[in-house]
Design a protein. Structure first.
Length: 322
């Protein structure tokens, strides 16, 4: 009598798939190196343009995870967990594609005495906020990696248009209200050849009066970015061209989310605009934070970033980016 071989239990199969501490450390180190390579790309014109373009469509992720996604899938436009895609009917990935790994924060509830282990059956305090204990790599999938044609169910990005004609409805008024809330008044008039100008000492923002509404709204957003990026105080310590890159990048993201693609006419194509990683990282974090703040107040809710490079460095016991 021939016995049918037993199928291994689920527990046994799971045990065989367990990653050793050494393998886990190697994967985390490889992921961190991937993140650092992505930060290096921010110092190039193409890398910065890729970040600004993607932010309009990948707004649920932090800067670090945005960099991780673009390193593994440069064409990414809509990234979600596979379980979320399955709920929308797209359950299979295309042959030859690989899941994208990003960082996910891990939290745990802390007791007053960290050195005392909780007794069995003890209840945790539901009012005590959990503390960040580290990060783990988790898989996500871009829409381009799925079988079939899921893009048909996704909203199409706006077609690039010249800065002429009408601005998106409510953009000028919404941005103007935010400028007013910061204590600045708005005027239309001569700007000495520029599209707009912010005079901090006079708390005044001026937009040229001979441009069409689309350009006027984009320029007003640029000037609001100067205010919210704290350029009034940073001007003494930060090169002017870096401040302009920040303000224009914020305006590009806001305009794109509102339905006006201005990237091709806006982002400076200057290789090496940032001299080092820290400058690129600091500016990128500032741009994404301010753009999300403006969009949130315009009614385009934004997700909050969950991790910085310093968070990741501390969680994995490695030095921060320098």
């Amino acid at each position: 009598m021939t016995r049918t071989p037993r199928r291994p239990s689920r527990a046994a199969a799971k045990a065989r798939r367990t990653v050793s501490p050494e393998e886990r450390a190697e994967r985390l180190e490889a992921a961190r190196e991937q993140l650092l390579e992505g930060v290096d790309k921010l110092m190039t014109a193409d890398g910065w343009q890729q970040l600004i373009t993607s932010r309009a469509w990948l707004r649920r992720y932090s800067l670090n995870n945005l960099i991780m996604i673009l390193q593994q899938c440069p064409e990414a436009t809509d990234v979600r967990p596979l379980s979320e895609w399955k709920r929308e009917g797209y359950g299979f990935m295309r042959k030859g594609t690989h899941k994208i790994k990003i960082w996910k924060p891990c939290f745990r509830r802390t007791s007053e005495d960290e050195n005392t282990k909780p007794t069995e059956g003890a209840e945790t305090d539901p009012d005590k906020a959990p503390a960040l204990s580290g990060f783990m790599l988790v898989p996500v999938v871009d829409v381009s990696q799925l079988q079939g044609d899921p893009r048909a169910a996704q909203p199409s990005p706006p077609e690039p248009i010249a800065l002429c004609g009408d601005a998106p409805r409510g953009l000028w008024d919404g941005v103007a209200a935010q400028i007013g809330a910061c204590g600045f008044r708005i005027e239309r008039g001569d700007c000495g050849g520029a599209f707009g100008r912010t005079v901090f000492s006079e708390r005044r923002v001026t937009v040229r009066d001979d441009v069409e509404p689309a350009q006027a709204a984009k320029t007003l957003t640029h000037e609001l970015a100067h205010i919210l990026c704290d350029h009034e105080t940073r001007l003494a310590t930060t090169p002017r061209h870096v401040l302009e890159v920040e303000a224009e990048s914020v305006a590009c993201i806001v305009a794109a989310v509102c339905g006006m693609d201005t990237l091709a006419y806006s982002v400076p194509y200057v290789a090496g605009w940032a001299a080092d990683r820290e400058t690129a990282r600091t500016s990128a974090e500032c741009v994404l934070r301010v753009a999300d703040r403006i969009l949130d107040r315009l009614g385009h809710a934004a997700a909050s970033p969950v991790a910085t490079l310093e968070d990741l460095a501390a969680a994995h016991g490695v030095p921060a980016v320098a």
